[in-house]
Design a protein around this ligand. Structure first.
Ligand code: GLU
Length: 552
């Protein structure tokens, strides 16, 4: 009996690997094209780090006319949840990161290198496991979990490296006959890789992001096929990225320490290894301590958070590019109106250690992103968001013509308004422009001028004598100055500063009275535009209400 017979005994039906090698032809891409992938497990949670990875992989593929694909790594079936694949597919879609190949819904896919769901590739992995067994590079292991536990306890007691290796790898020394005998007797087994490595030897590896790294060789006889016939991540990664033609494995740096094992697997299978680019995780400042964004502790770790909050996808992507390449910020400064698609991302400019996630900065990017949009775009996005998350806002926005005017205030000009960071800000931002909302307003935070009679006089004089809908902005502005002058306030702030004793206050203070009575706020976008939208009748009504609401 030889290894070939053993391999046939274990996987009698597995095909020869030449079948798969031919079936999945080498990709016909131009020199330098990057083929990369996002390879998540469908656990029902898409981490912002996964989106970050996908953004980088997809952008690089696009820049080089390569391919970005989505592979679902569902070989740990205990961790699976319902609709796990759709969650991932939809998250990518929401952010405009659809893959060129791979899963497109829970059970559908596109592309020539599938199946793109690992649980459907069982026979492929078995063919390659068989191939290793045939060469004596893999073997069946019959150790029970109790035996494995015993080995671990002994190693711990003797304070030596844990694992299944060297003298501890009991089953690697079974003869072929012993192995066959046990299998025929129905003993349960898994398949282990027979590592040719030695811990006291070093390998040198060049990571595209981390640079040169030295590691001890792998000497662990890791499991490649589990008791359920499915592969472990390590083995599936090797087989899949080989057959799918991946040129760059871009993944989280928690996998960096697995590189010696992965390179060994590629080598023993006779495959060319891809390039590895290990991305530093996104970190959070937690009371002075830097730690990874945590699924359990941080709402912003979930991709769904951004959609729920209504932070525009473009802003999230732009912010992630900021984290990815430190030269992005300069690029943006020099190219204010360009789409982020035009930015040339470089893997070797990625930071080696984890960047801090800064929500304030992200929201700031959100403000800029939204400020560049037309009223129509803001309307569309806000409406879509409201439909899902805020019935009240949806109701307000139903009057499209009016809402477009409101959202159009200080927009489309050189210095557009920058007060909306996310769609969930919109309601609070424009509420006062809607009469049925404003009717309930009770707050009038008057400032310098807060005397009831004085306020009444300002409001009444303005509406009776100084306001006409037809006035252009300059006339409107001059009229407020006239109003101020007539009532004993300085027409210019400067005049007031020079001779404060001569005036009750200045034109700015008069203006604040108008603004507060009109909107219930001290801070609003351009008051002229607001008045133009409301029109004289409504302005007059709002002033009456302000007078009526006045306490004292
Ligand atoms: N399924 C692995 C993970 O979710 C993929 C790692 C890789 O990209 O190779 O971490």
């Amino acid at each position: 009996m030889d290894y070939k017979d053993l391999a046939n005994l274990i996987f009698p039906n597995a095909k020869d690997i030449s079948y798969y090698e031919e079936k999945y032809a080498k990709r016909n891409l131009k020199e330098g094209a990057i083929v990369s992938r996002f390879a998540p497990s469908p656990t029902g949670f898409v981490h912002i780090g996964g989106l970050y990875q996908s953004l980088i992989a997809k952008k690089l593929a696009k820049q080089t006319e390569g391919v970005f694909f989505l592979r679902i790594e569902d070989t740990d079936q205990k961790r699976e949840v319902e609709n796990g694949v759709s969650d991932i597919v939809n998250s990518l879609k929401e952010f405009g990161l659809e893959p060129d190949e791979g899963m497109t819904s829970e059970n559908e896919e596109k592309g020539e290198y599938g199946p793109y769901k690992q649980s459907l590739r069982k026979e492929i992995y078995q063919a390659y496991a068989k191939y290793l067994i045939e060469q004596g590079k893999a073997y069946p292991c019959f150790c029970t979990s109790e035996e494995i536990e015993e080995i671990r306890a002994k190693q711990e007691g003797a304070k030596i490296r844990p694992g299944y290796y060297g003298v501890w790898a009991k089953c690697r020394n079974n003869t072929i006959e012993e192995m066959a005998e046990k299998i025929k007797n129905g003993e349960k087994y898994i398949i282990r890789f027979k590592s040719p490595g030695r811990e006291d030897k070093k390998i040198k590896h060049h990571d595209v992001i981390k640079g040169n790294v030295d590691f001890p060789e792998n000497d662990q006889d890791i499991v490649i096929i589990k008791a359920d016939g499915l592969p472990t991540y390590h083995f599936a990664h090797t087989v899949d990225d080989h057959l799918m033609g991946t040129t760059h494995v871009i993944r989280g740096d928690e996998w960096l320490s697995s590189v010696p094992l992965h390179l060994q697997l590629f080598h023993e299978l006779g495959f060319k290894a891809p390039k590895y680019a290990h991305i530093a995780p996104i970190m959070k400042n937690d009371n002075g301590n830097k730690r990874k964004l945590s699924k359990r502790k941080d709402a912003e770790a979930a991709v769904s958070y951004y959609e729920e909050e209504g932070i525009p996808e473009e802003a999230v992507k732009e912010y992630l590019l900021n984290i990815a390449n430190s030269n992005f910020e300069n690029w943006r400064r020099a190219n204010k109106d360009k789409s982020i698609d035009e930015f040339e991302l470089q893997l070797n400019k990625m930071s080696v250690s984890g960047a801090l996630f800064d929500m304030i900065k992200l929201l700031d990017v959100g403000k800029t992103t939204i400020s560049r949009m037309s009223a129509e775009e803001v309307y569309k996005n806000a409406y879509n968001w409201a439909e899902k998350h805020d019935k009240e806002l949806e109701e307000m926005l139903k009057d499209k013509e009016y809402s477009l005017k409101v959202l159009g205030i200080e927009r489309g000009n050189k210095k557009p308004r920058k007060d909306i960071a996310k769609w969930s800000d919109v309601k609070e931002n424009i509420e006062y422009m809607y009469d049925n909302k404003f009717e309930k307003n009770k707050e009038y935070p008057y400032q310098v001028i807060n005397d009831k009679e004085e306020i009444k006089k300002i409001l009444n004089t303005f509406i009776e004598k100084y306001y006409k809908d037809e006035n252009d902005k300059q006339t409107w502005f001059d009229n407020i100055k006239e109003l101020a002058g007539e009532l004993g306030y300085a027409k210019e702030v400067k005049e007031f500063k020079e001779n404060p004793e001569k005036y009750k206050a200045h034109v700015g203070d008069v203006s604040t009275v108008l603004r507060v009575a009109l909107t219930g706020r001290t801070n609003t976008p351009d008051m002229y535009e607001i008045m133009q939208i409301l029109g004289k009748d409504k302005i007059a009504k709002r002033f009456e209400k302000a007078i009526k609401e006045m306490k004292v």
